[in-house]
Design a protein around this ligand. Structure first.
Ligand SMILES: C[S@@+](CC[C@H](N)C(=O)[O-])C[C@H]1O[C@@H](n2cnc3c(N)ncnc32)[C@H](O)[C@@H]1O
Length: 265
């Protein structure tokens, strides 16, 4: 059963979204809207064939259709989320697991995802499929829970730990045993580059001091970033530069000895 079909979880999640006390209304939705307006030719959405991965109740999918997308395929694994989804004549909802959802090659101009991909175990496999669906020059824009949030095996707010150990994490969030997958920012970027994407935006939406003054519950999100936003462009196959893996950060930098690499400041 999908986590989002667990009645206790869904009750908690919906209450959070209804009250607007989460990060979605204040941070994630404005950041996603801004990223979608920031394409090289302005709005990425106008006339686009779009896929929304982990669409939930369809808020983003409907916004994109209303903004001029010709077609939005909105995918989610949760029966309950899809049952509550908003209708729009250019949005079609598909119940599927992102682990095996697939589309014909070159059939999509824009792939979006809001706060869902940290639930996906095989990010590399998904990015490879997204790269195949997109037309050359198509965009992949997504937000995830920030890696400093997913990192600790035992989550205590404001403590970043276990950052280098990628993989499965269990959290208590409305219910026990919520499974998420931690990846470092470096490996997210490397995965995208390996599949022919060029990074356009890497951002960490944070509340302003004014937002915190008006909504004090947001203060915690100035202490550590809650969201990572990435916008990447699919480089047409003929124009791709093959990137060797970046070894600089983990390898021996120009023969520096251990003392040099540890640094002093
Ligand atoms: C935090 S909600 C975000 C919903 C929506 N994108 C939004 O921003 O309002 C995460 C969504 O991802 C979906 N999801 C999580 N893992 C999934 C998977 N493996 N396949 C399909 N959907 C998944 C959940 O069912 C849920 O609707």
């Amino acid at each position: 059963m999908s986590l989002y079909d667990n009645p206790a979880f869904l009750r908690g999640y919906r209450e959070l979204r209804r009250t607007g006390r989460g990060i979605n209304d204040a941070l994630e939705i404005p950041a996603m809207n801004a990223a979608l307006r920031a394409g090289p030719e302005g709005l990425l959405v106008e006339g686009a064939r779009v896929v929304d991965l982990g669409c939930g109740e369809g808020g983003l999918a409907v916004r994109l259709a209303a903004a001029g997308a010709v077609e939005v395929v909105a995918v989610d694994a949760s029966e309950q989320m899809l049952a509550a989804a908003e209708h729009h004549p250019r949005v079609s909802y598909v119940r599927a697991d992102l682990a095996d959802f697939d589309l014909p090659p070159g059939s999509v101009d824009l792939v979006v995802s809001s706060m869902a991909l940290h639930y996906v175990e095989d990010f590399d496999g998904l990015v490879g499929r997204v790269a195949g669906w997109l037309t050359g020059g198509g965009a992949f824009v997504f937000t995830i829970e920030h890696p400093v949030m997913t990192a600790p095996f035992v989550a205590e707010d404001c403590v970043v730990d276990d950052y280098a150990d990628e993989g499965r994490r269990e959290r208590s969030w409305f219910v026990d045993g919520v499974v998420k997958y931690h990846r470092t920012i470096g490996s997210i970027v490397a995965t995208l580059r390996r599949h022919g994407f060029r990074l356009e935006i890497v951002d960490e939406p944070l509340p302003t001091r004014e937002q915190v003054a008006a909504h004090p519950h947001l203060a915690i999100h100035r202490r550590r970033p809650p969201i990572l936003l990435v916008s990447a462009c699919s480089v047409p196959a003929g124009d791709r530069v093959v990137h060797e893996p970046l070894e600089l950060l983990t390898g021996n930098i120009g023969g520096a000895d251990e003392e040099d690499r540890r640094g002093t400041g």
